[in-house]
Design a protein around this ligand. Structure first.
Ligand code: EPU
Length: 419
């Protein structure tokens, strides 16, 4: 079941619920390694990446239980292994998030270096440098990061560039360090804030979450806690773009408009009427064709790199010439070649994709290359006339819960093909 068949060209209408955020639940699951008491995480999305994180924690001896709803109980009491093997890290780079907690709580960790990936080289040097600044003894051997420390010590860390998982790893490590840690140029993403709130609820003393300076007073131990993961802003925005690209009206419920400002502004510029309530967002195109927009990615609160592929699909059918400039990752345009196969007019100039909107895309067989690229192909397929078959759809299952069911609920003709 590795392909999706979409018969596109119909406006989407209706309501859909946002799932819990992938990029918040993964660090929160890793944070369980900082305590020996159970963490009860709710609003957990059913995603391939969550399963991979469960497998990784399970391989270390952590006990995980799920129930019929969206809860996971993570009991790290019986941990006996401190290693994240290459086989897992290569399928999910977020595995690197176990490094800080293992080191802080257990004094040792062996984590495979992630290597390159479809969107760029993505080194983890800043994670390593920050932990070394806290006194960890780290060396690289045979593709693995070997780290040891008796007890980490608070440090003053100035991150060379804004890194989301780097900030999360160092913040988690600092919670159990001796003394205070200051992290400057910290990532301000809502998922970093969510992790900080979870850690504080476990007894950590983190201040400044959501600003670029984090101050973490180390404590001797953390406890278990119940914690509800925040809604997924990227999934939310993907469904809103689906409404816009098909000239329809889509309302996303159980979400957070306050963490999507940069994206909502661009949807308005594209001609959508955007209405919001405390926990919902609605995009209404009133049947009109979208207008092309200029988008430049940068760390939060600017426009997210995880939404540029979807906006490139939107620009592909919009009126006028649009640009998407990627400044976070070096090679995040794998979707361009596939969009061209659907009839889009897009030219790449360095890190900018310039598109001249066409009045109609036409369905074709195409291939997904990474998670957000797949999302843009699904959106393009929904807008395209005729059948689009998207191969290697497992990429999308890493980050979008029940994508066919959710889109079907909005009136899309979409289904998985059996091999
Ligand atoms: N970077 C370094 N050295 C480091 C760390 C990062 O040079 O030690 C560079 C990266 O190569 C990149 C930039 O810094 O050019 C920013 O990367 P960042 O570390 O912020 O990315 P990440 O933490 O690996 C997270 C999300 C990504 C999202 C980015 C940017 C998770 C699990 N992943 O990745 O999500 O694109 O932040 O917002 O939180 C996705 O969900 O599809 C996804 C790729």
């Amino acid at each position: 079941m590795k392909k999706l068949l979409i018969n596109g060209g119909i406006p989407l209408h209706g309501e859909v619920r946002a799932s819990g955020a992938k990029n918040a639940v993964l660090p929160i699951m890793a944070a369980a390694l900082l305590t020996d008491e159970p963490l009860l995480v709710s609003n957990v999305p059913r995603l391939r990446d969550v399963t991979t994180m469960m497998e990784l924690l399970g391989s270390m001896g952590v006990a995980l239980t799920t129930d019929e709803t969206d809860n996971i109980r993570i009991d790290p009491g019986s941990i006996h292994d401190y290693r994240a093997p290459y086989e897992m890290v290569k399928t999910m780079r977020a595995s690197i998030l176990v490094l800080g907690p293992l080191l802080a709580r257990h004094g040792r960790a062996e984590v495979s270096l992630p290597g390159g990936c479809a969107i760029g080289s993505r080194p983890v040097n800043l994670h390593i440098q920050g932990l070394a600044a806290m006194g960890a003894d780290i060396h690289l051997e045979q593709g693995y990061i070997h780290a040891q420390a008796k007890r980490l010590k608070g440090a003053h860390i100035v991150l060379e560039l804004v890194t989301v998982t780097g900030t999360e790893n160092l913040m988690m490590a600092a919670t159990l360090a001796e003394g205070a840690t200051i992290i400057e140029n910290a990532a301000r993403e809502p998922e970093v804030v969510d992790l900080a709130e979870c850690l504080n609820s476990m007894g950590a003393r983190i201040g400044g979450a959501g600003t670029d300076t984090l101050v973490i007073e180390g404590v001797d131990r953390l406890t278990g806690t119940p914690y509800r993961v925040l809604p997924d802003r990227i999934e939310t925005a993907t469904y809103l773009v689906a409404g816009a690209i098909t000239r329809g009206r889509v309302k996303v419920k159980e979400t957070r408009p306050d963490i999507l400002e940069a994206v909502l502004l661009k949807l308005e510029e594209a001609g959508a009427q955007v209405n919001t309530g405390t926990d919902w967002i609605e995009v209404d195109m009133q049947g009109r064709r979208p207008r092309a927009v200029q988008v430049r990615t940068a760390p939060y609160p600017a426009f997210p790199t995880d939404m540029q592929a979807q906006f490139l699909a939107l620009n592909a059918v919009a009126e006028g010439t649009g640009t998407v400039t990627e400044t976070v990752f070096e090679n995040r345009f794998m979707h361009v070649q596939e969009l061209l196969r659907l009839g889009a007019h897009i030219q790449l100039e360095g890190n900018t994709a310039i598109s001249t909107g066409v009045s109609e895309l036409t369905g074709a067989p195409i291939m997904a290359t990474d998670l957000r690229a797949s999302a843009s192909l699904v959106l393009a397929g929904l807008a395209a006339k005729g059948d689009t078959i998207i191969d290697r759809i497992y990429h999308i299952d890493r980050g979008y819960e029940q994508i066919e069911e959710k889109f079907s609920g909005l009136g899309a003709r979409i289904r998985r093909l059996r091999d």
